[in-house]
Write a protein that binds this ligand. Structure first.
Ligand code: ADE
Length: 228
């Protein structure tokens, strides 16, 4: 998968991709990340890409022409499965959305900033708008990092143990069961006997029961129409 990220802060962004699983995905050539500094597409001497909103009001708006020039430069090179814009009024990111995106070849993600972008870019170029939650971030960079993290870890081969991504919370509509590692007892706090029993069928059943119980307690809305 190739992801092109359009941002005003490529340095801030690149940090996220230089460690851990996101780095491993790139080292294995399973994911290719390219940053594009929107300042390079400025039409002014000062490198600005924003302007005052028509009609007045506080804040600045990212202008249509620099954004379109950058998007079209990239579209000349390849076809994109989605041109994504990160915005608080977008569709809420979910595990199923990440699953779908992880099957794509080429994604472009435009990180919003200021008050937003000129609506004409949304109308004519953006194919998907994603929010990562009902709160307002200073910019779309963190949202883009979250989207990329959830998507890239799902690409087959990125996580060594395939089971590990499949047994994540939300992957089956449930939150994950509790996990333990050594030692079997710490300050008198014991690991449940069943996990030490070696009986894999019983352990799987226990994990499933725990996942159901936890989901009921913590995220009951996930069970609606599922197990009720
Ligand atoms: N930009 C600002 N706030 C955001 C949010 N909650 N999700 C995605 N992009 C954003």
């Amino acid at each position: 998968m190739r992801i092109d990220i359009l941002t005003l802060f490529p340095n801030m962004m690149s940090m996220f991709f230089e460690e851990s699983i996101l780095k491993r995905a790139q080292d294995k050539h399973l994911a290719e990340i390219h940053f594009h500094d929107l300042h390079d597409y400025s039409l002014t001497r000062y490198g600005s890409v924003d302007d005052y909103p028509y009609g007045g009001g506080a804040g600045m708006v990212m202008a249509v022409e620099p954004l379109v020039n950058c998007i079209e430069d990239l579209q000349k090179e390849r076809t994109y499965d989605e041109v994504i814009y990160t915005a608080p009024d977008g569709e809420m990111l979910s595990q199923s959305m990440s699953n779908e995106l992880s099957l794509k070849q080429n994604l472009m993600i435009l990180c919003g900033h200021y008050k937003g972008i000129d609506e004409r870019v949304r109308e004519h170029f953006i194919t998907k708008e994603i929010s990562i939650g009902d709160y307002v971030l200073t910019g779309g960079e963190l949202a883009t990092a979250v989207i990329c993290d959830t998507v890239i870890r799902l690409i087959p081969g990125v996580i060594g143990d395939e089971q590990s991504a499949l047994s994540d919370s939300f992957q089956d509509g449930l939150v994950a069961p509790p996990e333990y590692t050594r030692p079997p007892e710490f300050r008198g706090w014991k690991v449940p006997d069943i996990l030490l029993s070696g009986n894999h069928a019983k352990i799987e059943q226990w994990r499933y029961d725990q996942a159901i119980q936890r989901t009921k307690e913590r995220r009951p809305e996930l069970l609606k129409g599922n197990c009720e």
